[in-house]
Structures are given as structure tokens and as C-alpha cells.
Design a protein around this ligand. Structure first.
Ligand code: M6R
Length: 612
């Protein structure tokens, strides 16, 4: 949550920072601000609202500085307002800070600083940071090249919580200090210029060489140089990594919204994710993992842990792992898992799924599992993200940058990769070869089948135009179709703001059916052959009570009447949500468009949830 960007070089910083903020806006869009070092002082311009509002703010066009920091905010402490926007300055106005994260002991530190006669303008936790830096700066009687860095380090020593911080000072016109702990921050290396960002795509058009900071590491940047330090300011050596993503992958490429573009990218995303590990004919290859048959045979349980959409992908994988690999699998929400003292030992394998690789709860759950002796596997879409640096092993989805807050191609890629992982385990274990070979066949056919499924777009749009004003929309499904329904319902609520719930169809009569009344829309996913009859009976029960029905199916439902039926290609039940979710993604998308909402940046949400 919150995006930070920084520049130090010989060009005017302002347009580079604004451009970076636009790309990071998915991380929060309550307010935005920018601070640059001008001839005689730090100039700080900030505003409530979006980056486009900041761009129109008086004075921004006059910023000439070649060093600057900028921020787009997802409000935690203090409501969205100009005064609570970042950057924040200390009382002397010589230090400016942008911060992504939460300072948990800010109240104590504020009281401490107030006793030293510091005053505060905002309600944020962040404003204590520049003041702590100033406090430590004036306490430090040593005068050397590291005075600025030392002040930041000593201030950070007093902080509890999570932070990615950029600091500039007009006392040090050719330096920038950055640090991270439990919040993302990357450094892009240029020629006589360097960049900072919360993520790689935001600055990918300027450089492909990146340094990744680990927790509690500091960097001191000048135009020509980047020096790295550990928490005790002992110097560190770091090698840059080269990122091969095409910067255009983070552009809309002619689509009206990132979400629509990302929905249509799914054939490619799935193809690349599958082919990276599953070459035709030969056995599944996962060089990143080195599990022996003995280790896998000894496993008592696999935990799949994630949040939101990634957790829904895990629900789909549970069936595959249990039926094909014959290993009990349990799915858990990371925020619950981390606090419920789960039974974990060396015979437990824990898999953590996170598109961004920066979700605070998922990372904490991983650390907990490691501390209890389990092996940990991270599944992420972002190279070098925090989770990949904590896990014992990492495997990547190849979805490419996902910018829209509502996850689409990352979800289907996660299911595809979990299917490949299932095959990898089953081949080592030599279990269920016929199922393995069928699943492989199906995976290869998926990209083409996704392309076919996308042809339903116009019909889905027409139905969306009929129901977009509704207050409640319900989703029903059984088995893997229930998992897809949960994801369809999440997509709808997050971008259309329509209240929506997904129920396991069999649960309907145990309460939820009381909500069904004349005209209410019920969406149902029906793809599991053995459950068709039962699912149809449940739909009949809601039709009898006046519901309008929208059915996604790969079965022949002739003889039954529904308001709209979207037919999708048949595939293995293990991975059918990769196809059945597509009409549901489009449904949410077109409802949101019909309501005139911002599809890519829904209210109150942010792409990466880096705080608890
Ligand atoms: O980056 P992650 O996969 O860890 O994110 C997890 C959730 O925050 C994310 O899937 C969220 O639910 C999406 N906005 C759903 O579209």
C-alpha cells in the first residue's frame, strides 16, 4: 500500500517522478505529493486526490530540482487530506521523507519528540520520521560523509513497524538515503542517475538493472554511485539483477483499462507459465525445487496459504494435490494461519501464493512456517519480491506485470502453476500416471480454450447491462465450481461495489435461500459432470423463488430454461476455473464500466497489501 518513487540525476526530477507515480497509483490513490531539492531549499507540493490532481497543483511546473522523492498514498493514519499527504518535512524543513508502511510505536515517539519541543501538523504516523532524523542529526557531533546516513539509521533504530523510506535533505544536495523493512523498495541503476521505486514496472522504462534491498538494509545514492549498508552501517556488496520484462507490458496497449488488457492476456500468461516447467513429452522439470521421493512420501500435509484471489487459486489446487498426489492438503487465509498456531513440523510442506510477493500476512505466515521446521515454497509473479527472498524455494508464474487492482491473469496463472506443481510431485511419487497424463494434455490445450472462451464477451456485456443496477448478486457452485464462484463474487464486489456472496450450492437451504426474492440475480458455475444434476436442482430452487439466472457451463443443459447461459469449452475438472472465471471476470468488468466506475483503481483498495 502506498507507492514511493525517487530520482537523483542530471535531469529535471519532476516529470520522472510524476510518471512513476502514475504507474504506482494502483498501490493507493488517496493523495499524492512530491518534494525536490531546489536551489536554496526543499520544495514540497502535495494534494488530496489522484496524481492527476497533483499534476495540476500550482507551482509544480516550476520545480527544477534534479533530486526528488514522491508518494501516492493509501491512507492508514489520518484521513485523506492535503496536510496528511506525503512528503512530510521535519520542523526545520531540512529533511523530507516519503514512507510506505506503518509505524506501530508512533504515538510513543510523537510524545518523545513533543517533549523535545517538536510540533506536528498532520495526523500521520510518518511525520515523526523526518523529525526523528532531525533529532538524531543534531545529536550527532561527528561530521563526516556518513552523517546523513547515520541520522536516518539512528532514527530507524527507534521505529517499530514496517517501512520503505526515502529521505532527502537540502544540507546534502547530492545524496539520497533509502531503507526498507517489511515494505518493498527497489533501486534502478542508470548512467549518472539512479531511481527508486516500490516496484520494478514503474521505472522499467528508464532502466533494466535493479538492486533489491533486504530488510533493514540502507542505501546511500548519489548521481554516480550507490552504496549499500546493513543495519549497523557495515558496507555490503550487491550485484544488480537484469529484468527482462518489456516496459510496454506495463502499458495499456490500446485497451481501455488494464483489467481488460490483462483478461485478454490470459492465453499468453497461461502458455508461458505452463511451458516454463512442462516441456512436451518429457517429465515435468522444476529445477528450482529439489524434492526427493523420500521427502514427498514422508509428507503428512501440504498447507496452501495466501490472501484474496491467490487464496482462491489455492482452493482449486487442494483437490488436485489430494486426488493426484494423495497428500492431504489444507488451504488457509494467511491472516488467520499466522495467528492460529497451526500444526506444522518437518513433515509439513507449506506453499505460499502471492502475485506481488509483498503481502504482509502471507510473508509473516511463511516466516512462521519456517520457524516451525517446514519447508517453504513461494509462488509469485514478481522476480525478487520479498516473499521469494524469504522462502526456501520459489517458482514463478509468467503472467507479466499485473497492474489492475483486481487480479485476473495472475489468478489463472497461479492455478496453472499449481497444476504443474501437482504433476511434478506426482511424477516423483510415481502416483496416478493416467490422471497425470490427462492433466498434462489439458494444460497444453488451455491457451486455445481460453481464446475460445473470451468470445463470450459480447453476451456477457449484454447481460451485465441488464443487471448493473442491482444491489445484491449471488454466486453458486459445487466443488471446484464453488471455488470459481468465490473468485467471481470477489471480482464483482471489488470493482462494482455490488454486494455479493458466493455459496456452496448445497448450503443454500441452510440459510442463504432466505435472501432470494423476486428479480434477484443468481450466477451459477456448472462444470463438474458428476454434480450437474444436483446443481440444476439448486438453480431450480432459486428460479422458483423468482431469481434471474446467469449460468456458466461446459455441460449440455438442454431442457432447462435460464436467463442467460454462457457455454465454455470442456476441460479437466481440476483446472476448469481457468476457463469458468473468464466470463465472471468480464461480467464484473462490464458491470463496473456500466456504472461508470474506475475499473483499475477501485475505492479503498490497493494492489499490494503490505500492512496487516
Ligand atoms: O499480491 P497477492 O497475490 O499476495 O495479493 C493478495 C490479495 O490482496 C489479492 O489477490 C486481492 O484479493 C485482489 N485485489 C483480488 O482481485
Amino acid at each position: 500500500m502506498c507507492g514511493i518513487v525517487g530520482y537523483i540525476g542530471n535531469k529535471k526530477a519532476e516529470p520522472i517522478l510524476i510518471n512513476g507515480l502514475y504507474k504506482l497509483e494502483y498501490r493507493g490513490y488517496d493523495s499524492a505529493g512530491i518534494a525536490t531539492i531546489e536551489k536554496d531549499a526543499i520544495k514540497n507540493i502535495k494534494n488530496k486526490g489522484r496524481v492527476s490532481d497533483l499534476e495540476k497543483t500550482d507551482g509544480i511546473e516550476n520545480l527544477e530540482g534534479t533530486i526528488g522523492i514522491a508518494h501516492t498514498r493509501w491512507a492508514t493514519h489520518g484521513k485523506p487530506s492535503s496536510i496528511n499527504s506525503h512528503p512530510h518535512l521535519d520542523n526545520s524543513k531540512h529533511f523530507a521523507v516519503v514512507h510506505n508502511g506503518i509505524i506501530e510505536n508512533y504515538a510513543d515517539l510523537k510524545a518523545f519528540l513533543e517533549k523535545q519541543n517538536y510540533t506536528f501538523l498532520s495526523d500521520t504516523d510518518t511525520e515523526i520520521i523526518p523529525n526523528l532524523i532531525h533529532y538524531n542529526f543534531v545529536q550527532d557531533k561527528k561530521d563526516d560523509n556518513f552523517k546523513f546516513l547515520r541520522a536516518v539509521k539512528n532514527a530507524c533504530y527507534m521505529l517499530k513497524g514496517s517501512y520503505a523510506i526515502e529521505v532527502i535533505s537540502d544540507y546534502f544536495k547530492d545524496e539520497m538515503i533509502v531503507v526498507r523493512k517489511d515494505s518493498p523498495l527497489v533501486i534502478g541503476k542508470g548512467i549518472n542517475e539512479n531511481y527508486i521505486s516500490s516496484d520494478i514496472p514503474a521505472i522499467l522504462s528508464y532502466t533494466k538493472d535493479f538492486y533489491l534491498l533486504n530488510d533493514n538494509e540502507f542505501a546511500k545514492l548519489t548521481r554516480e554511485n550507490i552504496e549499500f549498508f546493513d543495519e549497523n552501517l557495515v558496507k555490503l556488496e550487491k550485484a544488480p539483477i537484469n529484468i527482462s520484462w518489456n516496459p510496454l507490458a506495463a502499458e495499456k496497449d490500446g485497451y481501455e483499462d488494464f483489467m481488460l488488457k490483462e483478461i485478454y492476456e490470459q492465453p499468453r500468461a497461461i502458455r508461458e507459465t505452463i511451458w516454463a516447467h512442462l516441456p512436451e513429452i518429457s517429465k515435468c522439470q522444476m529445477d528450482e525445487l529439489n524434492f526427493s521421493k523420500e521427502y514427498l512420501e514422508g509428507l503428512e500435509k501440504i498447507y496452501l496459504v495466501a490472501c484474496g484471489t491467490a487464496m482462491h487459486a489455492c482452493l482449486v489446487a487442494k483437490n488436485m494435490l489430494e486426488n493426484i498426489c494423495e497428500i492431504p492438503a489444507e488451504v488457509d487465509v494467511a491472516s488467520e494461519f499466522r495467528y492460529r498456531n497451526p500444526l506444522i513440523n518437518s513433515k509439513t510442506l507449506c506453499i505460499f501464493v502471492s502475485q506481488s510477493g509483498e503481502t504482509a500476512d502471507t510473508i509473516a505466515a511463511l516466516k512462521l512456517s519456517k520457524s516451525k521446521g517446514a519447508k517453504t515454497v513461494a509462488i509469485s509473479n514478481v522476480s525478487g519480491s520479498s516473499i521469494t527472498r524469504e522462502a526456501d524455494y520459489t517458482i514463478y508464474t509468467h503472467a507479466g506485470p499485473e497492474i489492475a487492482v483486481a487480479s485476473t491473469k495472475a489468478y489463472t496463472s497461479q492455478i496453472a502453476l499449481l497444476a504443474v506443481l501437482t504433476i511434478y510431485f506426482a511424477e516423483i511419487l510415481e502416483r496416478n500416471p493416467v490422471q497425470v497424463s490427462n492433466l498434462k494434455e489439458e494444460l497444453y490445450c488451455l491457451p486455445e480454450k481460453i481464446t475460445d472462451t473470451l468470445k463470450c464477451s459480447n453476451r456477457v456485456k449484454s447481460f451485465a447491462q441488464k443487471v448493473y443496477k442491482e444491489k445484491d448478486i449471488f454466486f453458486l457452485g459445487r466443488g471446484v465450481d464453488y471455488a470459481a464462484s468465490l473468485e467471481g463474487s470477489l471480482k464483482l464486489k471489488e470493482i462494482s461495489y455490488i454486494h455479493s456472496e458466493a455459496y456452496a450450492s448445497g448450503e443454500l437451504k441452510h440459510g442463504p435461500i432466505a435472501l432470494i426474492e423476486d428479480g434477484v440475480t443468481v450466477v451459477s458455475v456448472i462444470t463438474t459432470p458428476s454434480l450437474v444434476g444436483k446443481s440444476i436442482s439448486n438453480i431450480q430452487e432459486v428460479i422458483t423463488r423468482g431469481a434471474k439466472t446467469f449460468i456458466i457451463t461446459n455441460q449440455d443443459l438442454e431442457g432447462h430454461t435460464f436467463d442467460e447461459v454462457i457455454s465454455i469449452p470442456k476441460t479437466s475438472s481440476y483446472v476448469s476455473p481457468i476457463l469458468s472465471i473468464i466470463p465472471l471476470q468480464l461480467f464484473a468488468y462490464y458491470i463496473s464500466k456500466e456504472k461508470g466506475l474506475d475499473v483499475d483503481k477501485p475505492r479503498n483498495l490497493a494492489k499490494s497489501v503490505t500492512v496487516e
